[in-house]
Design a protein around this ligand. Structure first.
Ligand code: A2H
Length: 254
């Protein structure tokens, strides 16, 4: 894996309002600075369909200086990588953390997903978020990601157990692309077809992920956005570039 670096798009979701568990220490450390929750994705063309932002409830995150008056909320590991990739202002490799934050504290935080049809979405917990991949922040696109779809349905069924308010999980999947095999809700289609019962159903989710990815990439056509009617293959780099030009995404490799 170290031999072939993965090229992600790091999408920047502005924090609009902190959730109920965010401490006054954190708010104080932030002051008036703009905070971005930054999610690594391989599917920038699907960002119109963001309905939530997932964090690992037990993962450790930090608030890191990215530019003069802005902070990135990511894992420390991701901040270190970014510091060497020219993502932050100032000296290469320099990481300045202003506060620590645990995923569970972020639940219910309201963020603005870049290019999203939904303009405000909430932070929710996802069990399988890896500390060793991406930024530890995962943007949720339940129309096209089986993991995201199944997690959203789990959360809706057991809101209390997951310590979330039902209204944080209220936005339904939004169609982004269509394919001959799976229509415009590939994740839901495959979760039903493969009878995937929970976000812990790892093997079946891996199969669903593989099927949605291939069908979307080779046969998908956009149904929304500036590249509506174009193939997913054509739209992918264009949406990515638009987001970067708008200052709402940055390249991230690992
Ligand atoms: B993808 P790969 Cl629509 N832990 O973005 C678990 N999963 C993570 C993660 C982490 N720390 N960081 C990123 N990811 C997810 C969109 C998407 C994604 C769609 C469809 C499929 C898909 C919306 N979620 O991923 O192991 C992110 O979810 C299918 C693989 O590096 C990221 O892209 O290949 C993807 O996993 C990166 O996984």
């Amino acid at each position: 894996e170290a031999v072939n670096p993965q090229e992600y798009t790091a999408v920047k979701m502005e924090v609009l309002e902190w959730g109920p568990e965010v401490s006054s220490e954190i708010k104080q450390a932030v002051g008036g600075k703009k905070v971005w929750m930054v999610a690594a994705t391989l599917r920038p063309e699907t960002m119109y369909g963001q309905t939530n932002c997932f964090v690992g409830p037990n993962l450790k995150y930090g608030l890191f200086e990215s530019a003069h008056n802005e902070l990135f909320l990511v894992t420390e590991r991701a901040a270190r990588n970014m510091a060497f990739q020219g993502t932050f202002e100032g000296e290469s490799g320099r990481v300045a953390k202003v506060a620590d934050v645990v995923g569970s504290e972020l639940l219910g935080t309201k963020v603005a997903p870049p290019f999203g049809v939904a303009k405000e979405v909430y932070v929710l917990p996802m069990e399988g978020v890896l500390a060793t991949k991406g930024t530890g922040v995962v943007t949720s696109v339940p129309s096209d990601s089986p993991d995201d779809y199944r997690t959203l349905m789990d959360l809706r069924k057991k809101a209390e157990m997951y310590k979330i308010k039902p209204e944080w999980a209220a936005i339904d999947p939004i169609p982004v692309l269509k394919t001959p095999k799976y229509g415009d809700m590939a994740a839901e289609f495959l979760c039903n077809e493969l009878k995937i019962q929970s976000q812990r159903d790892k093997d079946k989710l891996a199969e669903a992920k593989d099927l949605t990815y291939k069908e979307g990439f080779y046969n998908g056509v956009m149904v929304i956005g500036d590249f509506k009617g174009e193939t997913v293959q054509d739209a992918k780099p264009k949406v990515r570039q638009q987001m970067m030009d708008a200052g709402l995404a940055t390249p991230y490799a690992e």
